[in-house]
Design a protein around this ligand. Structure first.
Ligand code: ZN
Length: 226
């Protein structure tokens, strides 16, 4: 698999340090599973983090703070809120479904509850992050085009199957892309295959084309602040 688009060093460092929101970390995990370069780099960053941790002089904390931290360690960690049914056969996921998505996709993408966004695009919401980010799978028909749109927040994408192109270039299986409100684009799947992407949207996308603006209210559903 030839991957050309990777997360920035800052994003990969934050992932290795465990400081990313879980929704973004899920998108990076899917990329890293497919990307040998980022597997190697994240291993190195984790080793570097461990080295720095071991060589940092411990700070003195009072007993109150220590008790507070220990009590938090015993608490149940935050989980993504699943909006799709959980895997009934986690060990039987299709080879094309990344391991990090097994809890949302039991065996293949067809089993998800896809709803139609337009003639060429279907969407399946799989979970909501604690920061309100919507984690979805987007499925574009072979040769299908999305409407021209911009973003009201950051959008993280990992291409899981097929490829799409937009004004910035071609993005193939395994590629990782970040878009923000500076970008206005019109993705289109390549003609040889449908394209399935994992997307994390911090706010709904905003269609800007004359004929597709009517879709905006539909896309704001599910966002607490919209
Ligand atoms: Zn990579």
């Amino acid at each position: 698999m030839l991957i050309h688009h990777h997360p920035t060093d800052e994003l990969l460092s934050a992932y290795c340090a465990g400081s990313l929101p879980l929704s973004q970390a899920l998108c990076l995990s899917a990329h890293i599973e497919m990307c040998k370069t980022c597997q190697t780099n994240s291993q190195r960053l984790s080793q570097l983090g461990a080295y720095i941790f071991n060589h940092t002089k411990p700070a003195t904390v009072n007993n109150d703070l220590k008790e507070k931290i220990f009590s938090q360690l015993d608490q149940r960690p935050y989980h993504l809120k699943t909006t799709e049914r959980k895997s009934m056969a986690a060990g039987h996921a299709s080879a094309e479904v990344p391991k990090c998505l097994k809890q949302f996709v039991a065996s293949n993408y067809d089993e998800l509850n896809w709803h139609r966004v337009s003639f060429a695009i279907r969407q399946a919401n799989i979970c909501t992050g604690g920061n309100g980010a919507q984690v979805s799978l987007m499925r574009i028909k072979a040769g299908g085009k999305a409407g021209l749109h911009t973003h009201m927040g950051n959008e993280f994408t990992t291409v899981l199957k097929g490829a799409f192109s937009d004004e910035s270039g071609l993005f193939q299986q395994g590629d990782f892309v970040v878009r923000d409100s500076q970008h206005k684009h019109r993705p289109a799947a390549t003609k040889d295959s449908e394209c399935i992407c994992l997307t994390v949207l911090e706010a709904p996308i905003q269609f800007t084309g004359y004929f597709t603006r009517w879709l905006n209210p539909l896309l704001r559903r599910g966002y607490p602040s919209a």
